[in-house]
Design a protein around this ligand. Structure first.
Ligand code: GLC
Length: 745
């Protein structure tokens, strides 16, 4: 008898599983085995030498795998803004490949200025794809060091002065990178807030300041972003180098925060074998080879955790306790990246990445002033726009230190506006001033020759003459990535424009009909000349599509929604840094290190200006739009909350103008009854809302006791004190659109 058998779908699936060949290789090679099983299996198979080998570099940007077991080496790459060009095995200079011109994404300060978490995810995903395509396992970025001083040479690589903004913006970036099977290596951990004497400077910070200002962005990256790697910084904290700082790495990062990834040293940041072994450093990179100390013969064997470590293990100085922990973390990273289960191949320099770079750059542009709505540009047919200034043409992706990039192209502001207007208007340019005419960095060339021997007088005369018949004059200046500008390894000397740009601005103001100043920089620039301009735009190092992005905003194709991620002071002296011991620090006779005292404590950025009632030229969170927004019906869902409760605040936001636009609704918390000194307000929420003309949306925030807390260093815990609080809803950081009192029971 013929029997028909109807197998249910479930049975079919079971049957299929039953027939799937059982993985009969070693567990560590089984892509579907749990990561921890793979880690333990691999560890159990490794010799002592193989374990020690994994903890140090084998080349400029790679650290060892275990060839015998088929475990690949780990490839690290800069940087936070794009994938650095390939270098030779042990060189800083690029190797001259022809297929490693990357997408240069906007500087992270530009991303922070978008206040847009979705854009941060997009950014991370795109740069993660490029790293994956280039077969890199650890991306050496993002950087989240707080902008403590406007002079710090690396502010452009970081996310501004507020720990909450930096924390909320770094989380999506980390997730975006890591969803491509690439580890984000959040840097530079920690209290690394100046370039001056960066390898000899000891940061002296009280605990409350450390926990309220300098750790939160790293903590968010680890606990909310799930960061797989952290980079120790060059400086010292509490008198110990941060690449093997027991308190920062063992007690806080791996202890309190439960970090299960790898700690990578900054290049040359490891300074001591025993501390490196015992204090939580997992991968030692760049020792001997970055000019910090002379390269020794076979320097890789001389790494602090190479031969000296093996000798210490063999002599019984060390057990394998620390070593096994390091190797577990490195293996875990490998099984999350190069040996991850689901192979993906990433993408490199594709239209989507260019578009993302352009959109993110444009969304971060901040409109600071727009008298008589001189912007967006309204150029008559056949009209003339005159651009003046070196930054209208200078390629700004090249240089600046380790974030230096080689790109297939970079659109500068002149090209961006010429692209926008085509034959409909003349877009001309004159030099205006001569700044930095260098044309290469690490053998990456800009392909430009900016040589110009004319005197400032001649240059200004040329600009004034050319301005006379222009419908719009746009000065494009600011900083660049040369020494003592926005540049790794050096700090700025002041917050004003360099190269006598102010003279050019003042001269043009006399003759220009409609005069716009675009300041391109990665850190705060004071503008004593602000009254000269009808409009002022804060532009950033926007990367490959920078010029198109700026043109998108100036022409109105994109309605600016950027908000300042840092305070712009009228002058540096208005800020919290008043003494040399605060910055750049002091070096006592006979002392080996500089001591930088963070005496201002938690009063960094707007916290300082608010508490002292000192006006800022442009406050944190500030930015204008081509449209206007009205706030109404702000309310709170209950007048009092208890610990463990959540409080919901809502506010209606309406676009009352004629252009579509995005508003960044900002929520600050104020604790007027605090028993201790607290800032006037602290950012605890922000939401970007896109609105068509006339459209209204309800924006809501949820807060809990954590948002009300301050860090009690004596108790070593966060404290939310019962009493009156105020929720301040703001549009530009300094204006309060709604004030909602509530009580914590
Ligand atoms: C540099 C930088 C760090 C970079 C590393 C590798 O000195 O401080 O940000 O990732 O070395 O280039």
């Amino acid at each position: 008898m013929k029997r028909t058998i109807t197998l249910s779908a479930a049975a079919l699936i079971l049957a299929a599983c039953a027939t799937q060949p059982k993985f009969d290789g070693p567990t560590y090679l089984n892509p579907n085995a749990p990561v921890e099983d793979r880690v333990e299996d691999a560890l159990s198979r490794m010799t002592l030498e193989e374990k020690v080998g994994m903890t140090t570099a084998q080349s400029k940007f790679s650290s060892r795998g275990v060839p015998r077991l088929g475990i690949p080496e780990v490839w690290h790459t800069d940087g936070p803004h794009g994938i650095r060009p390939e270098v030779l095995w042990d060189e800083w200079d690029q190797a001259g490949w022809t297929n490693d011109s990357c997408t240069a994404f906007p500087a992270l300060i530009n991303l922070a200025a978008t206040w847009d978490k979705e854009m941060s995810l997009l950014y991370g995903d795109c740069i993660g794809e490029e790293a994956r395509y280039r077969k890199k396992d650890i991306l050496l970025g993002p950087g989240v060091n707080i902008c403590r001083t406007p002079l710090n040479g690396r502010n452009f690589e970081y996310m501004g002065e507020d720990p909450y903004l930096a924390g909320q913006m770094v989380v999506p970036y980390v997730k975006g990178v890591q969803q491509n099977g690439v580890a984000a290596c959040v840097k530079h951990y920690a209290v690394n807030n100046q370039e001056f004497q960066r390898t000899q400077s000891n940061s002296v910070v009280d605990d409350r300041t450390l926990y309220e200002i300098y750790l939160p962005a790293f903590k968010a990256a680890v606990q909310e972003g799930g960061a797989w790697a952290i980079m120790g910084s060059y400086n010292l904290y509490n008198g110990q180098y941060n690449c093997h700082n027991e308190r920062l790495l063992c007690d806080i990062l791996k202890g309190e925060w439960g970090f299960d990834g790898v700690v990578v040293s900054d290049w040359g940041g490891c300074r001591d074998s025993e501390e490196a072994v015992r204090n939580g450093l997992d991968i030692e990179m760049g020792t001997w080879t970055n000019g910090l100390r002379g390269a020794a013969s076979d320097s890789y064997r001389n790494y602090h955790m190479a031969a000296p470590y093996l000798e210490g293990l063999n002599s019984g100085k060390y057990t394998t306790k620390e070593l096994d922990d390091k190797v577990r973390r490195i293996l875990r990273t490998i099984f999350r990246t190069s040996m991850r289960p689901e192979p993906n191949y990433g993408r490199f320099v594709c239209p989507e990445h260019y578009q993302a770079a352009r959109d993110i750059a444009a969304a971060g542009v901040v409109l600071l002033k727009n008298e008589d709505n001189v912007l967006p540009l309204d150029v008559p047919q056949g009209g003339k726009i005159l651009l003046v200034g070196e930054n209208a043409v200078k390629k700004l992706v090249v240089g600046g230190g380790s974030s230096n990039l080689k790109t297939a192209y970079e659109v500068n502001p002149l090209e961006g506006l010429q692209n926008a207007y085509g034959d409909n208007a003349e877009v001309a340019w004159v030099r205006g001033y001569v700044g930095d005419t260098s044309t290469s960095y690490n053998l990456v060339d800009t392909g430009q020759d900016l040589t110009d021997h004319r005197s400032p007088k001649e240059l200004i005369a040329e600009a004034v003459a050319a301005a006379k018949d222009a419908d719009y004059v746009i000065f494009v200046g600011g900083l660049n990535k040369s020494a003592n500008q926005d540049n790794e390894g050096t700090d700025r000397y002041n917050t004003f424009l360099p190269y006598d740009q102010q003279d050019v601005i003042e001269a043009l103001a006399q003759v220009a009909d409609k005069f716009i100043v675009v300041n391109i920089s990665g850190s705060p620039v004071s503008m004593p000349w602000a009254d000269c301009a009808d409009a002022i735009v804060q532009g950033w190092y926007g990367g490959t599509e920078s010029g198109n992005a700026l043109a998108d905003v100036l022409t109105g194709k994109v309605n600016p929604s950027g908000r300042l991620p840092f305070t712009v002071p009228y002058k540096y002296e208005d800020g919290p840094i008043k003494t040399e011991r605060q910055y750049p620090g002091i070096k006592e006779e006979g002392s080996k290190y500089w001591q930088t005292h963070y005496d201002e404590g938690i009063y960094v950025g707007y916290r300082w200006y608010d508490s002292k009632g000192v006006p800022a030229q442009w406050p944190f969170g500030y930015g204008l739009s081509y449209t206007s927004f009205e706030y109404s019906d702000a309310k709170i869902d209950k007048p009092a909350m208890r610990k463990g409760d959540k409080l919901t605040l809502t506010v209606d936001v309406k676009n009352t103008g004629s252009r579509e636009g995005a508003e960044i609704v900002q929520l600050y918390i104020s604790d007027p009854q605090a028993s201790i000194d607290r800032p006037v307000k602290e950012l605890k929420g922000f939401e970007k809302v896109n609105l068509k003309p006339g459209e209204m949306k309800k924006v809501s925030f949820t807060i809990d006791a954590e948002d009300l807390s301050w860090f009690d260093a004596d108790k070593h815990e966060w404290v939310a004190e019962p009493g009156e609080f105020k929720a301040l809803i703001s549009s530009t950081g300094s204006d309060v659109r709604a004030e909602l009192p509530f009580e914590l029971k």
